[in-house]
Write a protein that binds this ligand. Structure first.
Ligand SMILES: C[S@@+](CC[C@H](N)C(=O)[O-])C[C@H]1O[C@@H](n2cnc3c(N)ncnc32)[C@H](O)[C@@H]1O
Length: 372
């Protein structure tokens, strides 16, 4: 395949990964440049992309990602690299205080600038969290459904507007709704198809009022009530004690937390996780994904000047911050909040960039916890 065909092919097939594809030919010195799409490189990757075993038009096999396994030696090497650069990369303490106090403003600004264009819809959630599908779409599924219904029976004297056939899904730190809106749409389509009047209640919360304004203007949010799906949103800073909005206080069958806890400074994460746990009913499930230790983005921030606020916590170019978790830390946080572990694992992948002949090692953590 010549370089030009290659560039065009990459640009179509991998538009989700790369934003900029340029081609130059200087005296037979062909060069193809592929730049990472910020959304794909800073956010987590979309599992719904074409299957990695897809082939090029020339039938060349090409894998954009493969599963990855880190050896202990590699982890130690990454840690040593971060430690060696610690003093060079440290952010001045007064700046760290400034960005802590400006956290909400920085996220507001982020959403003012990016609207709903930055993160891709997370259409893969049903695949990676199968009980979401079971709870939302498989009404007859005894295992999940009976538990929700019996809880509802116990609670029905105290909880307004619920029936044995209702289900509440909350998202904390929902941003502009890239996770919850696709789920809402799937649910109301199903409701419409089956004319089944099961009551769904979705509650989306975030501490950025700008993000919630954008979410509320989305057609899926507006259309949902027409098809029997109740939607609410509430501004909520999950780092504040005793701040939980009543619409989500102990009511959620499922609470979704995606890439939100990492935006919070480590000193406030315990309070945040306690609040998140309080959104769940007894028997409810927490669904969690976030950035993890030695992810390529951490290694880049950890080797850049004046970016490290504290160990594993960094300032990004747009003024928001990001923490990179180990599963041990998360386990401690969730168990301390009284939750029971169902799943806790690293998702590790290598993404190949053939143009630059480089490899990025991405690491996320995925978890499910139950409230007893
Ligand atoms: C990386 S975005 C993820 C958004 C969304 N969950 C998604 O997956 O697309 C992090 C979100 O966490 C929110 N956030 C940060 N700190 C928060 C806090 N203290 N309380 C509530 N939300 C917070 C931000 O406003 C932002 O929308």
């Amino acid at each position: 395949m010549n370089e030009l065909t290659k560039a065009a092919w990459y640009s179509t097939f991998y538009r989700n990964i790369f934003t900029e594809v340029s081609y130059s030919n200087n005296n037979n010195n062909s060069k193809v440049t592929l730049s990472w799409n910020q959304a794909a490189s800073e956010s987590e990757f979309d599992d719904s992309l074409p299957h990695p075993r897809a082939t090029t038009t020339q039938n060349e096999p090409f894998q954009p990602w493969v599963s990855d396994v880190w050896s202990e030696a590699e982890k130690e090497e990454a840690e040593a690299l971060l430690q060696r650069n610690k003093s060079l990369c440290a952010l001045a303490p007064e700046k760290a205080v400034f960005f802590e106090e400006a956290a909400r403003k920085k996220w507001d600004l982020f959403y003012k600038l990016n609207g709903n264009r930055f993160f891709k819809d997370r259409n893969y959630l049903k695949k990676v969290f199968p009980e979401l599908t079971q709870l939302l779409f498989e009404r007859e599924n005894e295992h999940c459904y009976t538990a929700a219904a019996s809880r509802r029976q116990q609670d029905s004297s105290t909880v307004e507007n619920t029936t044995n056939d209702s289900l509440t899904v909350a998202e904390v730190g929902c941003g502009v709704g890239n996770s919850i809106l696709p789920i809402i749409e799937q649910v109301y389509r199903k409701n419409k198809e089956t004319k089944h009047k099961r009551i769904f209640h979705f509650v989306a919360t975030d501490f950025s009022p700008v993000a919630l304004d954008i979410l509320q203007q989305d057609r899926r949010y507006i259309k949902a009530p027409t098809y029997g799906v109740r939607v609410n949103s509430a501004v909520w800073d999950i780092t504040l004690p005793q701040s939980i909005p009543t619409c989500v206080n102990g009511l959620a069958d499922v609470t979704i937390v995606l890439f939100c806890l990492s935006a919070i400074s480590p000193e406030k994460q315990r309070q945040a996780v306690g609040n998140i746990a309080n959104t769940l009913r007894p028997g409810g499930t927490l669904i969690f994904r976030d950035y993890a230790r030695y992810d390529a983005a951490q290694m880049k921030l950890g080797l850049s000047k004046q970016k490290q606020i504290s160990p594993n916590f960094y300032l990004k170019h747009n003024g928001t911050r990001c923490y990179y978790f180990s599963i041990e830390e998360l386990k401690e946080l969730f168990v301390n909040a009284g939750l029971e572990q169902v799943e806790l694992q690293y998702i590790q992948r290598k993404y190949m960039n053939r143009g630059e002949l480089s490899v990025r090692r991405r690491v996320w953590v995925q978890a499910r916890y139950r409230k007893p």
